[in-house]
Design a protein around this ligand. Structure first.
Ligand code: TXA
Ligand code: MG
Length: 341
C-alpha cells in the first residue's frame, strides 16, 4: 500500500479514506494520532494490527464537537461540561460512561466507559467534520516506541501500512493528553495519565482531583490499561540526569571512561559544554525549559536512536505543571533509571 502524504488541500480525500474504513494519521497539538472510523469494528481492529498494540488497551475517540460526543455518552456529568468549556479543543481526554450499543469492544477494550477528546488542531477538526464520524486515535507509532510528533515519524513507523498521513507540521506540546476519569463515583475525578492540562488547572474548574496510583506501584493494576505496557523506548538505553552542568559533566565523563558513544538530549547551553568532545552526539531542545524539553522529547529520543550513541542521557525537571507529564514519559523511556555517580 502506498502511504499518501496529505496536506490541507487534501482533507476531502483523507476524509473519504476514513469513511471507507481506511487508516489516516492526523496531527494534533500533543502527538500524531492514527485515525480510523470509531464506528467500524473492522477499521478499529486494523489500528491494533498496524501498531502491534495489545488488544485490551482501549482507544481515545476524537470528536469535533461536544454534540458529536453526546451521541455516544450514557450520562454527561455537569463537571464534564465545565471542563469541556474550559479546555476543549485541547489536551484533555475525558473518560465517560458509554451509551450502550454504540462502540464495539475493540474501541473500549471491553470496558463500559469511553475516552473522548477534541484535539486543538485546525486541520484535524476539519477532517473529523468532513468525515462526519468520530475517529479513534492512538498515537501513530509502533507500540512501545516513542510517540510521533512529526509526519516523518509516522512515516518512519507506518509507511506502507496505512492509507495516508495528514501533515500538520510538528506537534506543539509533544506529550500526550491528560486522561481524566470521571466515571469513578467513589474516587471522584482522577487523572490516569498526566498531560499538559495539569491537576492544578483542573482543580480550579472542578475542585479536588486525584492522581491515580499507577505512577507509584509496579504491582498495582492501572485503571488506564495502557499505563502497564512498555512505552516510549528507543533501542538505546536512556538514563535520567539531574539538570546541572556538574551532573551532565559527571555523566558524560563516566560514559566516556566506559568507551561509550554518548547521546545527549539537552538544552543548547548544556550541549555547548561538550561541543569539542568527539564521543558526544547532541540533540538540542533549545531553551532550558520543561516546555521545550517536553516538545522535543520523543523527537530527540528517536533522532539519537539513529546515531552511533550507545547510551542516551536526558534531563530531569521538577515534577510540577507540565513537568509531571514530561517526567512520567521520560521515566518510562528510561525504565526509571537515574544516573548517580
Ligand atoms: O494526546 C493524546 O491523547 C494522543 C493524541 C493522538 O490524541 N492519543 C493517545 O492515545 O495518546 P493512546 O491510545 O496512545 O493512549 C490512550 C490512553 C491509554 O493509556 C489508554 O489505556 C487510556 O488512554 N484509555 C483509553 N480509554 C480508556 C478507558 N475507557 N478507561 C481508562 N483508560 C482509557
Ligand atoms: Mg500511545
Amino acid at each position: 500500500m502506498e502511504t499518501k502524504r496529505f496536506t490541507a488541500k487534501d482533507i476531502k480525500e483523507a476524509a473519504a479514506c476514513l469513511k471507507q474504513g481506511q487508516l489516516v494519521s492526523f496531527p494534533t497539538e500533543t502527538v500524531y494520532g492514527l485515525g480510523a472510523n470509531a464506528l467500524s469494528e473492522a477499521a478499529v481492529k486494523q489500528v491494533y494490527e498496524v501498531k502491534g498494540r495489545p488488544s485490551d488497551n482501549p482507544l481515545i475517540v476524537h470528536v469535533s464537537s461536544q454534540e458529536m460526543m453526546e451521541n455516544y455518552v450514557a450520562e454527561l456529568p455537569e463537571e464534564a461540561c465545565r471542563l469541556i468549556e474550559h479546555f476543549w479543543p485541547g489536551p484533555l481526554t475525558l473518560i465517560l460512561p458509554m451509551k450502550e450499543g454504540t462502540f464495539s469492544s475493540a474501541v473500549t477494550g471491553g470496558l463500559n466507559t469511553v475516552a473522548f477528546r477534541m484535539p486543538d488542531n485546525r486541520l484535524t477538526l476539519e477532517l473529523i467534520k468532513e468525515a462526519d464520524i468520530p475517529l479513534v486515535g492512538p498515537s501513530a507509532n509502533t507500540s512501545g516506541k516513542p510517540s510521533p510528533t512529526t509526519a516523518d515519524h509516522v512515516y518512519h513507523d507506518l509507511q506502507g501500512k496505512i492509507a495516508g498521513i495528514l501533515d500538520g507540521g510538528a506537534a506543539e506540546i509533544g506529550v500526550e493528553s491528560t486522561v481524566l476519569d470521571l466515571t469513578d463515583k467513589l474516587a471522584g475525578p482522577t487523572i490516569l495519565r498526566p498531560g499538559a492540562v495539569t491537576r492544578e488547572e483542573l482543580a480550579k474548574v472542578i475542585g479536588n482531583v486525584s492522581m491515580d496510583g499507577h505512577l507509584l506501584g509496579e504491582k498495582e493494576v492501572p485503571k488506564a490499561p495502557g499505563m502497564k505496557y512498555k512505552h516510549y523506548s528507543p533501542e538505546v538505553p536512556v538514563w535520567i540526569v539531574q539538570n546541572t552542568p556538574e551532573n551532565w559533566t559527571e555523566a558524560v565523563d563516566w560514559a566516556v571512561t566506559q568507551n561509550q558513544q554518548v547521546g545527549l538530549f539537552a538544552a543548547e547551553n548544556i550541549l555547548q559544554l561538550f561541543k569539542e568532545n568527539p564521543s558526544v552526539v547532541g540533540y538540542s531542545f533549545g531553551e532550558d525549559t520543561v516546555e521545550h524539553a517536553a516538545k522535543y522529547l520523543f523527537s530527540g529520543l528517536r533522532a539519537l536512536d539513529e546515531t552511533a550513541a550507545e547510551i542516551i542521557f536526558a534531563p530531569a525537571f521538577p515534577e510540577t505543571g507540565l513537568g509531571e507529564a514530561y517526567m512520567n514519559r521520560l521515566k518510562k523511556a528510561a525504565n526509571q533509571n537515574f544516573f548517580k555517580n
